[in-house]
Each structure stands twice: as structure tokens, then as C-alpha cells.
Design a protein around this ligand. Structure first.
Ligand code: TXA
Ligand code: MG
Length: 323
């Protein structure tokens, strides 16, 4: 695998790799993605293989612009307005796939929709413009593991794996939590399929109504919402900790008197955006220290705190089944 820096030359190289059907890890403002040409069947199959991802879990496809994205999907007025307001940014729109779209079927994983997004990272925008292809990209981690928010995280997962041609290093991801994934009900009202970087409150005030949230009885709409997900490799996760037990590592939030030999604070001042950008990296660090359990202090379910709690809840689940 070639190492690369955030240079125009590295982007040129990534363009070549992608055009040849190879995989490139790309930085976005949310997390790093494992990118491949979304019109190339072999390339998309390699994403599923490298991640160990179940074939029923669809992939988000990334575009340079709203116009490029909407060539592949049947947009509606609300989708248009959301795209105008929040792209480039942490929003994925799940919309019916146009019959004319050349995106390979595996991306939709048996559904008749595609998740489309225009990411905000300048390096990846440059890449998307130059490559001129739709790029399918799930988060660049093995299935169920913590999402990578630095190029080093991606390297830890996939270094020396010949299936990954290049890691484009765009520095640490700014927001640190994946995009908010949303679909539409039969009345074209917004349904949140995965909470994410774009908060429920922001969406509610934009839409003028509270969008509905995933229901446990409706798994097919959100096949990627595995119950166990975003999990540390070794440590268990204990949520809403008000105390700390011997041999536990501590993931604190806000001012606290709790302490442990291994501890990190998501945000000493209790800032949820800061906590979101630190979440995956701090879980990785505490996991690496060898503690059996990571105790996590309560985090308010406000703003991006909803998505933070969603990731932590899934990280704490011991075995998998669909919600
Ligand atoms: O921020 C992000 O969204 C990152 C960056 C790389 O863009 N990507 C990401 O991809 O988180 P991934 O594959 O880890 O998660 C994609 C989520 C899954 O929960 C998947 O089920 C859902 O989006 N999804 C994708 N296409 C869908 C579709 N057609 N219908 C319903 N859900 C879909
Ligand atoms: Mg993921």
C-alpha cells in the first residue's frame, strides 16, 4: 500500500486507483470511508470483502455535487431543500434509485433505494471532482468495529492488506460521528434511519416538524443498524457510570471527580461537539490500554448527544442481532 500525504499528487494517485477499480481510504468530515467506484461490480464486492460486511447492509455513495447525486435518485421537494441547506455535510438521503442509474445492485443490498451524500472534506471534494465517478464508501473499519477518525486508525485496521491500494491522509475528521441517514415515508415526510452529525433539533427546526425515528419493529428500513456495532476490540463498555470499579478504564464527560489509572475525558467543559469528535479515538485508546471494561459517564441526549448515545449503546452490546 502506498502512503500518501494531503497533496495534489496523492489525489492524482487516488484518482488512478479508483478508476482502476481499486480501493482508497478517503477522509470525510465525519469519519474515514473505504472508497471504490460505485459503478464497478468487482470494486464494490471488494469493499464488502475487506470489511467483512454482510451483503444485506447497503453502502452510501458519495458525490461531488447535489446535481451529480440526483442523477441517480428520484428526489422530492424536501430532499432538494435538505440538500441545498446541508450539503456538503453530514447528511445522507435515502431515495428511490432511478432505472437509468449505473450504480451496481450490491450498493442497494436488495432495496430499491440508494443512500447519497456530498461530503464536506476539501481533499475528498477535490478527489470526487477529479475522478468524476460516484464513490461508494462505508466507514473504513472492519464490520462492527469502531469507526476511524484518523488515517492512523485506518492503517491499524488494514495496513498491508493488498485489497486497500491507498490511504489518503486528510488529518483527523472534524465532526467524528457518521452522517445522519434519512429516508422518506409515503407522505414524503422525513424518517431518521441513523442519528448522526446533523442533529434532530436542527432538522426539526428546518422541517417545521419532528422527523420520526427508527422503530425496532421496522428493521428493513435501516439494515445497517446492527445492535452491536462501533465496538472496541477487547474491552466491554459499561454505560451511564456514576462510579468506577477496580480495573475499569474511565471515559468521562464534563467536570468530574471520578478518576481511574486509564482515563480520557470526551470534553472537560461538557461540550457535545467536542465529545463527538473525540469519541471513537478515545474508545480506541482506552481499549488499547488493556482494561476489561470501559465505564462511560452519562451523556445528555441533546443535539449530537443523541448520536453519541446511539453509538455508545451499540458499543456496549455483547452479541449481535438486528434492531
Ligand atoms: O458519515 C458517513 O455516513 C460515513 C462516511 C464515510 O460517509 N459512512 C458511513 O457508512 O457511515 P456506513 O456504511 O458505515 O454506514 C452506512 C449506513 C448504514 O447504516 C446503512 O444501512 C445505511 O447507511 N444505508 C445506506 N444505504 C441505505 C439505503 N439504501 N437504505 C437504508 N439505509 C441505508
Ligand atoms: Mg460504519
Amino acid at each position: 500500500m502506498s502512503s500518501s500525504f494531503a497533496t495534489s499528487q496523492a489525489v492524482d494517485q487516488a484518482v488512478l486507483h479508483l478508476k482502476q477499480g481499486e480501493l482508497v481510504a478517503i477522509p470525510t468530515e465525519t469519519v474515514y470511508g473505504l472508497g471504490a467506484d460505485a459503478t464497478n461490480e468487482q470494486a464494490v464486492a471488494t469493499i464488502f470483502r475487506l470489511k467483512g460486511r454482510p451483503s444485506f447492509n447497503p453502502l452510501i455513495t458519495h458525490f461531488y455535487s447535489k446535481q451529480a447525486a440526483f442523477e441517480h435518485v428520484e428526489a422530492n421537494a424536501t430532499a432538494e431543500a435538505l440538500a441545498d441547506a446541508f450539503w456538503p455535510g453530514p447528511l445522507t438521503l435515502v431515495l428511490p434509485k432511478k432505472k437509468t442509474s449505473p450504480l451496481v445492485a450490491a450498493i442497494s443490498a436488495g432495496l430499491d433505494t440508494i443512500g447519497v451524500r456530498v461530503p464536506a472534506h476539501p481533499l475528498t471534494q477535490d478527489l470526487l471532482e477529479r475522478v468524476g465517478l460516484p464513490i461508494a464508501a462505508p466507514s473504513a473499519n472492519p464490520s462492527e468495529a469502531l469507526s476511524p477518525t484518523t488515517a492512523a486508525h485506518v492503517r491499524q485496521y488494514f495496513a498491508d492488506n493488498p485489497l486497500l491500494a491507498q490511504i489518503l491522509d486528510g488529518g483527523p475528521c472534524q465532526s467524528g460521528l457518521e452522517s445522519t441517514v434519512m429516508g422518506f415515508d409515503t407522505e414524503k415526510r422525513v424518517v431518521i434511519l441513523r442519528p448522526g452529525g446533523l442533529s434532530f433539533e436542527t432538522l426539526t427546526s428546518f422541517l417545521g416538524y419532528a422527523p420520526s425515528t427508527p422503530s425496532a419493529s421496522d428493521p428493513i428500513k435501516s439494515p445497517g443498524q446492527m445492535l452491536r456495532h462501533y465496538a472496541p476490540r477487547r474491552a466491554q463498555v459499561r454505560l451511564n457510570a456514576h462510579d468506577i470499579k477496580p480495573h475499569e478504564a474511565l471515559l468521562a464527560f464534563g467536570p468530574t471527580t471520578l478518576s481511574a489509572p486509564y482515563m480520557r475525558n470526551l470534553s472537560v467543559t461538557g461540550n457535545l461537539e467536542e465529545a463527538a469528535s473525540n469519541l471513537f479515538a478515545m474508545l480506541q485508546e482506552l481499549d488499547a490500554c488493556g482494561a476489561q471494561t470501559i465505564a462511560v459517564m452519562p451523556i445528555p441526549t441533546l443535539g449530537v448527544g443523541v448520536a453519541l448515545n446511539d453509538r455508545l449503546r451499540r458499543a456496549s452490546v455483547k452479541s449481535n442481532s438486528l434492531v
